[in-house]
Design a protein around this ligand. Structure first.
Ligand SMILES: Nc1nc2c(ncn2[C@@H]2O[C@H](COP(=O)(O)OP(=O)(O)OP(=O)(O)O)[C@@H](O)[C@H]2O)c(=O)[nH]1
Ligand SMILES: [Mg+2]
Length: 500
């Protein structure tokens, strides 16, 4: 095992549990060394590139991991803990290492409650793109691994020698991925988002809206071929490929798929909901794209954009029928996948930003755990609805419980929407007042009927973020202030590895 680790990008594994004494490392590969051994190794200059950890180090890793996952009692209120499982990419700057960590609960004969666990695959920090780029292939391996490994832990945690072969097996499979990586292993994560759909389906308009170049929306010309540009979001560079949709270009993308479609991290697929005559043509193009993407075997997620859903026509019978019809077609095409479908309109910028945020968040391995932490934070502060937004209005995480509906009297299906729509406006007011120094603190309170909306500006490393809380009483402010530190500490690492 030690030899295999030496030959691999994967430098180690740490498996820990939240035991009676708190976070406890159970298995660690390579085995930890004592402080004395470490001193000797350093003296003899035998440290090299290998990962050498002491018991204190792996305890530190365990504490960091598990504190992200659970907080005392709260998590146990979840009904079915078997479904609670997350992946996250986490930094350990002290060890110059980054991990892909898998969190889940195990059921044992020696504990009444399910036991929270964390399993980290450690790689050198500057090779972490291996984890991002191959996540879709690594995740199933880890799931598969714990399907059998959990049984080994039912009665006791067996000695290390006894279970080593399981980990060795997993390592071999990871090394196989390493030898056939889906992208060359570089220091930077490469991200490619495709915007595809028939001509005139609103792709370029969507992208321009994202860019907020409203003025350019008028007098748009069809896109000839592929237009590529890049944006900076949350510290990462993302390449946006606007694939002009006229017939001759569509053919080219399929023919030269290795240029246009290869290594796509995400596809936004556009369908003009007003143009029913072209639905079949659009579905056919989608099918072709899906077939090619499947051949590349990269599980590219798809976000469907039903475009031109302007508010003045959205309630007409014809458009409603069109939407139902096309949704059904999409479901038939991918019967076993949950589909992400957004109706957008360039006249309601938030519909576009929302679809776009949701797409970006698909690129993040940490999105679910950030959401999970926002939920813990919301419980602890009794916030009924909480949103975390980036400075440019991307929704990074959201939480909403039924008390938000009771307080605002907004129907359940709309309440998140209403706040998502208004959040950027609150941010706007907040920014203007800050600019004119009319705000003394990094927060503002808005009262809307019985609702109190607390809006807070926070800083995580170099990023400015906003938090919006819906509470029933201004006094919750103190509680939020108190809990905020914990939330920021947890979220900092998750955000710093959000995209790359
Ligand atoms: N009413 C309305 N019109 C829209 C909307 N989005 C786009 N359009 C219009 O639809 C037309 C085509 O939009 P484009 O964004 O150029 O479409 P495209 O998908 O980039 O087209 P190609 O580049 O040919 O593939 C333009 O006249 C836009 O103004 C929308 O949400 N509502
Ligand atoms: Mg275009």
């Amino acid at each position: 095992m030690e030899e295999l680790l030496k030959s691999s990008i994967v430098k180690g594994f740490v498996f820990s549990v939240y035991g009676e004494l708190g976070p406890t490392p159970i298995y660690c590969f390579p085995n930890y060394v004592t402080e004395k051994e470490l001193r000797e190794l350093i003296q003899e200059s035998k440290v090299g590139d290998d990962l050498i950890l002491t018991y204190r180090d792996i305890t530190q890793i365990s504490i960091k991991n598990l504190s992200l996952f659970i907080s005392d009692k709260i998590i146990y209120e979840e009904e079915d803990l078997r479904k609670v499982q997350y992946f996250a990419i986490l930094p350990y700057p002290d060890f110059n290492t980054t991990s892909l960590t898998y969190f889940h609960f195990i059921y044992t004969s020696f504990s009444d409650l399910p036991v929270a666990t964390a399993f980290s695959i450690l790689v050198e920090e500057n090779r972490r793109s291996f984890l991002y780029n191959n996540m879709n292939r690594i995740k199933p391996l880890v799931f598969e691994f714990f399907k059998t490994f959990d049984d080994q832990l039912y009665n006791t945690y067996p000695p290390r020698e006894q279970i080593e072969e399981f980990f060795r097996d997993l390592l071999r499979k990871l090394i196989e991925i390493e030898h056939s990586p889906s992208t060359p292993i570089t220091t930077h994560r490469k991200m490619k988002i495709l915007f595809a759909g028939l001509d005139d389906s609103g792709k370029t308009s969507f992208l321009l809206s994202v860019d907020r170049k409203y003025s350019k929306l008028i007098g748009l010309k069809p896109t000839t071929g592929a237009r590529i540009k890049s944006i900076e979001a949350l510290g990462a560079t993302i390449f946006l490929w606007d694939l002009g949709g006229q017939y001759q270009f569509r053919e080219k993308y399929i023919d030269k798929a290795e240029i246009y479609l290869y290594e796509a991290d995400l596809l936004f697929y556009f369908i003009d909901i007003r143009n029913k005559i072209r639905f079949d043509e659009s579905i056919e193009y989608l099918q072709n794209l899906k077939t090619v993407l499947k051949e590349f075997n990269q599980n590219t997620p798809i976000v469907y954009i039903l475009s031109k859903g302007d508010s003045d026509i959205l309630n007409s019978v014809e458009i409603k029928d069109n939407i139902e019809f096309i949704k059904q077609k999409l479901v038939n095409l991918s019967p076993n996948e949950p589909l992400e479908i957004y109706t957008t309109s360039i006249f309601q910028i938030y519909t576009i930003l929302r679809a776009f945020s949701s797409g970006i968040s698909k690129l993040s391995p940490n999105r679910d755990l950030i959401n999970h932490n926002l939920k813990k934070f919301s419980f602890a502060t009794q916030s009924y609805l909480t949103l975390l937004l980036s400075d440019d209005g991307l929704l990074l995480a959201d939480f909403c419980d039924k008390q938000a509906v009771e307080l605002t009297k907004i129907p359940k299906s709309d309440v998140i929407n209403v706040f998502e729509v208004s959040a950027p406006q609150f941010a706007f007011i907040f920014k203007i007042f800050t600019k004119f120094k009319a705000l003394k603190r990094d927060e503002a309170i808005f009262k809307v009927d019985r609702s109190t909306i607390l809006f807070k500006r926070i800083q995580i490393e170099d990023s400015i973020l906003f938090l919006l809380f819906l509470v029933d009483d201004e006094n919750k402010k103190a509680k939020i202030k108190k809990e905020l530190t914990t939330f920021l500490t947890d979220t900092q690492d998750l955000l710093s590895r959000y995209l790359s």
